[in-house]
Design a protein around this ligand. Structure first.
Ligand code: MSP
Length: 520
């Protein structure tokens, strides 16, 4: 079976991760968890981009050899960060690993042999922050200096004999590809940008550098190293066995995963992914990715948050206060995927309190407390509420359609609307009043059963977004013992009403979203 294969960008290890990096990876994690719960075979890749001048210079500034520097950052900062955020990636690729460097060299040699690579001279501006050859029109003028618009730093002039990739030969095939497959680049604004960029004409690309050596040697000219982006883009394919013979393990993995279903990227690196990368694949006669999705930036003071501008917020600054699951929830819930968004403590606190603590957390703790008090801690006999059950069916349909279209905000919203509806149901039925008169026992039990069932469904639907909290809820509902593990619950079956068996032992939940400490 072909796996649903999703990748994040591989991150530069010149510094520790900030919440902009976490935003992409969390989105990838939520989407792949959702697809797993759809019963699909999934492969989720992330990793680190370790070559190039940016990383090399940072290592030099810290008086450490580049390899030692990247080893340290990966082990001490990047991998622990993903573990802390509960990221369930299937693989982690580092571009300094032999499995990558060897396959890059093989791939490059095959492009050379097929006539796609030639020797030339590059002369022009280069931004080390972007690791990108710039066009004069890309730059901004500041007091006679040319600055990169993304990093607001001066570009450097490069004048080198390099190897070039015949990128210009792929302009027409790429335009044709995007005409035929509008979904291959999303959102629409991103596709329009790529198409107009292509229509403006594209020059061939310098794919090697000769003035430093922190990179993969060009196999036929070892005085040159491969241009860091050419090396980095290939990670998506080298990690799953590119260039390996079909009968080998790598070859089989490649057949199972390629083409990638979604490359998640920030909009700053869209052109690399929607122009250069598919052209490289076309040159090699390989299938191009099914979708490149460019999301927006997290902004600070109206500008892209970045470590180089000292505006980077570490994920732990937020998770220490709000917890990991609220972090995972907030950015996807608050910002339409594809648009820029600003982070504010006030907005996050407000949503935490109203949506997570009040609407969701309180519902769970009230239900557990009432089942304990009125039903001896056992789920009462099965019942159905037509309104809730119909609402759940339409919630699941809408949420699934939104999530697979990467509309995280839309998907989470419909689930949270269902949560509100359940709260409304409880408020309307007033089980605490029913409990006052034994005559109402059956009515009371119905309300509690329906609420418990609704929470069962909410746990499943919110599991990809908030895996740890929903586990606590699942355990409290006694569902592990009776229905099975939460991660195994299928989206297609969530709406089947009546899954919690009568008599299931419910235990009081610890508070799912504790009251926030006042932050000075
Ligand atoms: N190494 C390259 C990617 C190579 S992929 C073959 C790179 N690395 S990066 O570490 O600078 O950034 C990677 C990604 O982090 C960005 O594309 C984006 O997905 C994410 N973000 C970095 N800063 C961000 C924000 N301020 N906001 C949202 N996402 C941001 O580029």
């Amino acid at each position: 079976m072909k796996s649903f294969y999703l990748t994040t960008p591989i991150y530069y290890v010149n510094d520790a991760p900030h919440i902009g990096h976490a935003y992409t990876t969390v989105a990838g994690d939520v989407l792949t968890r959702w697809h797993r719960q759809r019963g699909e075979s999934v492969w989720f890749l992330t990793g680190t981009d370790e070559h190039g001048q940016k990383v090399m210079r940072t290592a030099e500034q810290n008086n450490v050899a580049p390899q030692a520097w990247v080893d340290r950052l990966v082990q001490e900062a990047w991998k622990p960060n993903w573990t802390a955020l509960n990221i369930a990636n299937d693989d982690f690729i580092r571009t300094t690993e032999a499995r990558h460097t060897e396959r890059v060299q093989k791939f490059l040699q095959s492009l050379k042999d097929a006539g796609h690579i030639y020797a030339g001279k590059y002369e022009g501006p280069y931004c080390v922050g972007c690791e990108e050859f710039k066009l004069p029109g890309d730059l901004i003028d500041a007091d006679g200096q040319k600055l990169c618009p993304i990093h607001s730093k001066p570009v450097e002039l490069v004048n080198e004999n390099n190897w070039f990739f015949r990128l210009s030969a792929f302009v027409e095939p790429l335009l044709e590809h995007y005409r035929k497959n509008p979904d291959a680049c999303q959102p629409e604004s991103a596709r329009n940008e790529v198409v107009s960029f292509l229509e403006g004409g594209v020059s061939d690309l310098s794919i090697s550098r000769s003035t430093f050596d922190w990179g993969i040697p060009v196999p036929w000219d070892t005085d040159q190293v491969v241009y860091v982006w050419f090396d980095a883009l290939l990670n998506y394919a080298t990690a799953v066995g590119l260039t390996d013979a079909p009968e080998t393990e790598g070859g089989k993995k490649f057949a199972q995963t390629w083409p990638a279903d979604v490359h998640l990227v920030g909009k700053d690196i869209l052109r690399f992914h929607a122009v250069i990368w598919p052209a490289m694949l076309m040159a090699a006669g390989l299938e191009v990715p099914k979708k490149v999705f460019a999301h927006g930036w997290l902004l600070v003071g109206g500008e892209k948050m970045s470590k180089s501008k000292l505006t980077g917020i570490a994920p732990s600054d937020i998770t220490d206060h709000f917890g990991v699951d609220a972090f995972r929830y907030y950015f996807l819930r608050a910002i339409p995927f594809g648009s820029d968004g600003s982070f504010s403590w006030e907005d996050m606190s407000a949503r935490y309190t109203s949506e997570l603590a009040n609407d969701f957390g309180n519902l769970a703790s009230r239900l557990a407390a009432m089942i304990e008090k009125y039903c001896e801690g056992k789920v009462p006999a099965k019942a159905t509420d037509a309104g809730l059950s119909a609402a759940l069916t339409s919630t699941v349909e809408k949420a699934d359609a939104a999530m697979v279209a990467l509309d995280f905000q839309g998907g989470i919203n419909v689930v949270m609307d269902f949560c509100k509806k359940v709260n409304g149901y409880v408020t309307e039925k007033e089980p605490w009043i029913l409990a006052k008169d034994p005559v109402n026992k059956a009515a009371l039990e119905e309300v509690l059963y329906n609420t418990a069932e609704s929470l069962r469904a909410l746990a499943v639907l919110l599991h990809p977004v908030m895996p740890a909290t929903t586990e606590i809820l699942w355990e409290s509902l006694g569902a592990n013992a009776t229905i099975g593990s939460l991660a195994d619950q299928q989206i297609s079956k969530v709406a089947q009403w009546g899954q919690l068996p009568e008599g299931t032992l419910v235990t009081k939940t610890p508070v799912l979203f504790p009251r926030l400490e006042i932050k000075e």
